[in-house]
Design a protein around this ligand. Sequence first.
Ligand SMILES: [Mg+2]
Length: 124
Amino acid sequence: MSNSDHLARMKMWEETTSNTIPKNIGTKTLIENITQWHHDRNLIEGSTDKDQYCKLIQEAGELSDSICKGRDVSDDIGDMIVVLINIAERNKLSISSCLEKAWNDIKDRKGQMVDGVFVKEADL
Ligand SMILES: [Mg+2]
């Protein structure tokens, strides 16, 4: 997506949402709204995990582009979470339960930094 496309999309998003989304909307409500958005557009029954995984990697590419160009990454992170919500919903999982599982996996993990990446003890 070109930068002008992105800016146009952001402007449209702001115009669309500025009057419909209250300030400081909670994460739970946002996830519920996004889940409903996916259902309303037939992106749960009408799509697949494979399709959405491709979309996720597309969004990851946009995140990479923004990081490499020193641009704001908030939209890119949000877009990736939107796709993850889609995959979670199709698999009857909640984002909270997925995060809780990940947290329980990493919270006591020991390891060390190798070139800026944390490598768990078992992989050292
Ligand atoms: Mg994007």
